[in-house]
Design a binder for this molecule. Structure first.
Ligand code: HEM
Length: 367
């Protein structure tokens, strides 16, 4: 599949059914860069994103002159578009007073506050800009990010990167995949256009025009204590999440898509523990609030103790970042899952609406 970059209202990579692979890069803008230079960068990035999503190289792979340097690095040359989507996000620090953009940021774009249970590492947090590449071929996603950073050379530097695989969320019409705890993840995700309108797309008329139709992206790099999880009984695993493992059904039901009954009682005990992950996160128990989850599994190999260094690169889209903050404030305090996970990275980005054909991302930001 090839997706069109000029999709209408919303950037790709949000409501797009999650592809199998992710490359997510957070970048910082070099001190001294001007708004004019950023404008040119956003224009060049937008054009390159549209080109690469079609499966085309960004310029010549093999210049005819022997002394020419290839414009496109070439490793995706013979590959199909592989459902590539490229998504740009703008971090809160882009709108401090370094680049002449102070006061021009989206209204709700603020750093995520410190949350209960945080074990954040500064080098895995934040960023002035974010590039998200998702594709069904990891080489296509990697090539795209490599090409975009090459275009940004001298203006942006990489802050942190996550390579994700085996998507850990489900979109419309997709079979629910599993995360690295072996659990089906994405069963009760946002899947309908009505839910997207209600919970994901920014509609506030007081937001800048380039943000209306956009969304707020929150990432959390969450390490799993996989060896500990792997040594727990299946009963504990079920109770922790509030669902069974094989079918992914709520403990109060039988089938994956049965609606959980958080009031069900057996032998005087709640069937779904009120501090299980789903009981705490479910919209029924959060005043109806929902977020769009679009995370990926990740691994960085082994840590310094020789344990598996892996987990969930959580990505959520919502029209108001406070929805995520409220949810995690609660989860971080009492979720039974906390025994097996640690939030080590955190970032927030405003994702502009898609540009119209012939325009570029966040164009109105530059007046
Ligand atoms: C549901 C796993 C972190 C929000 C679920 C489900 C699983 C799961 C297995 C049930 C299937 C489903 O409905 O998708 C995990 C793991 C995490 C993690 C392993 C960390 C490593 C988070 C975080 C948030 C979150 C940080 C938000 C702050 C939700 C929500 C649901 C959910 C909203 C749907 C609950 C419902 O409506 O029943 N998660 N999750 N999760 N999770 Fe997580």
């Amino acid at each position: 599949t090839a997706y069109d970059f000029y999709t209408g209202d919303h950037q790709v990579g949000i409501a797009t059914p999650p592809q199998r692979h992710l490359v997510f890069m957070s970048l910082d803008v070099v001190e001294g860069t001007t708004a004019e230079q950023l404008k040119v960068l956003f224009a060049r990035w937008s054009a390159a994103m549209a080109t690469m999503m079609k499966g085309d190289p960004v310029g010549s792979v093999e210049p005819s002159r022997a002394n020419g340097v290839p414009q496109d690095t070439g490793e995706a040359y013979d590959l199909s578009p592989a459902s590539l989507t490229l998504t740009l996000g703008l971090g809160p620090t882009l709108f401090d007073d370094r680049f002449g953009l102070a006061g021009k940021g989206p209204r709700l774009l603020e750093e995520i506050p410190r949350l209960p249970g945080d074990e954040l590492q500064a080098e895995l947090c934040g960023g002035d800009l974010a590039l998200q590449a998702c594709a069904d071929d990891p080489q296509v996603a990697y090539h795209a990010i490599r090409g975009l950073t090459r275009i940004g050379r001298g203006l942006v530097t990489t802050r942190w990167t996550v390579l994700g695989f085996g998507r850990a969320s489900a979109g419309k019409g997709q079979k629910t995949p599993r995360n690295l705890m072996g659990l089906k993840d994405g069963t009760r995700n946002i899947k309908t256009d009505e839910e997207l309108d209600e919970f994901v797309w920014v509609t506030d008329p007081d937001e800048p025009a380039w943000m209306r139709g956009g969304s707020y992206l929150v990432t959390r790099k969450i390490n799993m204590d996989i060896e500990v999880w792997d040594g727990t009984t299946v009963e504990t695993q079920h109770a922790t999440i509030g669902r069974d493992k094989g079918e992914g059904a709520p403990l109060s039901g039988e089938k994956e898509f049965d609606t959980p009954d958080f009031k069900a009682v057996r032998h005087g005990e709640p069937v779904i523990d009120p501090t299980s992950h789903v009981a705490l996160a479910a919209s029924e128990n959060n005043g109806g609030a929902k977020i769009l989850r679009r995370g990926y599994n990740f691994t960085d190999g082994l840590n310094s103790l020789g344990q598996l260094d892996a987990g969930l690169f959580f990505i959520a889209f919502q029209k108001d970042p406070e929805t995520f903050v409220d949810l995690q404030r609660k989860l971080g305090r009492v979720d039974l899952l906390n025994e097996y996970i640690a939030h080590v990275g955190s970032a927030i980005f405003a994702v502009p609406r898609a540009p119209r054909s012939g325009h570029f991302l966040a164009q109105e930001l530059f007046g």
